[in-house]
Design a protein around this ligand. Structure first.
Ligand SMILES: [Zn+2]
Length: 171
């Protein structure tokens, strides 16, 4: 694949403008582009290894990088949070998350916003910590005490419902 001639336009990554912008080829060594000039800020620099036209010459760039000429840019990338590994039973399908329900550690849940997660642990104040793909989230869940209330409500329901309910045949 022939590279653009000197004076022709080419897309290159400009550090000053930040991103892929149009440049003009100002110098070539053989078929290899040696220098480009940004059409926006007029800065001259060597083409970047990430440029579309550099795809065929990636090997050369890699050798240079191995030689130690490239500077690490880890600072700009946010460090990935360390998330605990939570064991779960893959055979058990995830349950839709609801604050009104109780979830056990190891139970997978689907959340409308955060996606699929695994309950990592339950907190003393009755909440659950769920490990989602990229983050931990503390979610509310039904309190243990509510089962007491539920039972009394259920009892009341059966009480008032007795007159209407069809009688159960025994035996
Ligand atoms: Zn520029």
């Amino acid at each position: 694949m022939a590279t653009p001639a000197v004076g022709e336009d080419i897309e290159s990554t400009c550090a000053k403008c930040g991103g892929l912008v149009w440049h003009v080829v100002v110098a070539k060594v053989g078929e290899k582009i040696a220098k480009v000039q940004c059409k926006r800020c007029h800065t001259s620099h060597r083409p970047r290894s990430t440029d579309p036209h550099m795809a065929g010459t990636a090997k050369v760039q890699k050798v240079r990088a191995a030689a130690g000429t490239s500077t690490p840019r880890a600072k700009r990338e946010p460090a990935a949070p360390v998330l605990p590994d939570v064991e779960f039973d893959a055979a058990v399908p995830p349950r839709p998350y609801r604050a009104s329900e109780r979830f056990e550690v190891g139970q997978r849940v689907t959340h409308p916003t955060f996606g699929v997660g695994v309950v990592a642990r339950s907190t003393p104040d009755g909440k659950i910590e769920v490990r989602f793909d990229a983050e931990m989230r503390t979610l509310a869940q039904a309190r243990p005490a509510s089962t007491l209330e539920r039972r009394s409500v259920a009892d009341a329901a059966t009480f008032t419902g007795v007159s209407d309910a069809p009688q159960r045949n025994k035996g």
